[in-house]
Design a binder for this molecule. Structure first.
Ligand code: T6T
Length: 315
């Protein structure tokens, strides 16, 4: 595909699914289920998965639901289980709703590896690999604190309750904000992964509290909408925005000064580790129950330099 030639991975899947690897290959068959199709975080993860799989002689099929929603993700899992891959790498969209379908996959003999998000009881899984999400939330608060050492009102825009990653980011941010002198934590509001909803939340919040000094947007789509909302309210000079994730559009906003800091995860590493854990399990080798990957804080000062490598792929 064009994606393969350009980016070294087939990424950019928008719901139809994609496969790599030689047809008829006798290597392991890996299925990857994204949290949502078309999200640059999961596209970058797919790149890491495909690179690691190719090295191991395994084949990969990638699918993602149209929305970050367990009612759409569960049927994908059920049909993948029926197709009997050797391993399933998945970012579950809800800590409770996705637990039973994934346990059923493991019970059917499929090695399940949780990448990015997890479930309440992941004991059926070979491994759970994720960023330091609590630490990322704390770091996001520190970036706001650096810009506003005297404190002020701070707000969080997240996705939905029940997502392990974003909940952990909110927890880290909240704890840091509540422990800091002079800061007033206004709580979290949920955008359902819709930028337009995030923008509405932010314009309404700025109308109610025009003296907000900082907004933490807990993922890529929350950040996209938060930037729009702050601009619509004409508050870009007084509000510091820190967003999780570093898609190309977020990085443009950082360069333009619309957003002040980004917490860039390492999605390709999460994917690579996921493949390695799946293959170790299939080969009967030792596996690691939990792996934590890092993050980089991107600002205008480092984005042209070492930070440039942290930008997510869009295809
Ligand atoms: O922030 C990532 C991911 O870590 C999270 O679980 C869901 O949202 C993203 O995919 C970004 O859109």
């Amino acid at each position: 595909t064009a994606g393969l030639a350009l980016a070294g991975c087939s990424g950019g899947d928008s719901g139809g699914g994609s496969s790599t690897g030689a047809a008829g290959s006798d290597g392991y068959k890996i299925a990857f289920v994204q949290g949502v199709a078309g999200d640059e975080f999961y596209i970058s993860m797919q790149c890491g998965i495909e690179a690691a799989a190719e090295k191991a002689g395994a084949t990969v099929t990638t699918q993602g639901p149209e929305k970050f929603d367990p009612t759409l993700q569960k049927p994908l899992v059920d049909s993948i289980v029926a197709s009997k891959p050797d391993a399933l790498l998945i970012a579950p969209t809800d800590v409770t709703a996705m637990e039973a379908p994934l346990k059923a996959a493991a019970d059917a003999g499929i090695k399940v590896v949780l990448v990015d998000t997890t479930v309440e009881d992941p004991s059926f899984a070979v491994s759970a690999i994720a960023s330091d999400n609590v630490g990322g939330g704390e770091a996001a608060f520190k970036a706001i604190q650096d810009a506003h050492p005297d404190g002020g009102k701070v707000l969080v825009v997240s996705v939905d309750p029940g997502i392990s990653t974003t909940d952990a980011r909110v927890e880290g941010f909240q704890k840091a904000a509540e422990g800091a002198d002079g800061f007033d934590y206004l709580g979290v509001q949920y955008s359902h992964n819709e930028p337009a909803t995030a923008a509405e939340i932010v314009t309404a919040a700025l109308q109610k509290d025009p003296d907000i000094v900082g907004i933490f947007a807990a993922n890529l789509f929350a950040a996209e909408g938060t930037a729009t909302g702050v601009q619509q309210a004409g508050k870009q000079d007084s509000v510091t925005i820190v967003g999780f994730d570093a898609g190309p559009a977020q990085v443009e906003q950082l360069k333009a000064g619309t957003v002040q800091a980004l917490v860039a995860q390492e999605p390709a590493t999460i994917g690579q580790d996921g493949v390695e854990q799946a293959i170790a399990a299939l080969d009967g080798d030792d596996t690691e129950a939990e792996i934590q990957t890092g993050f980089t804080i991107l600002t205008k000062d480092n984005i042209e330099g070492e930070g440039a490598d942290a930008v997510y792929k869009s295809s």
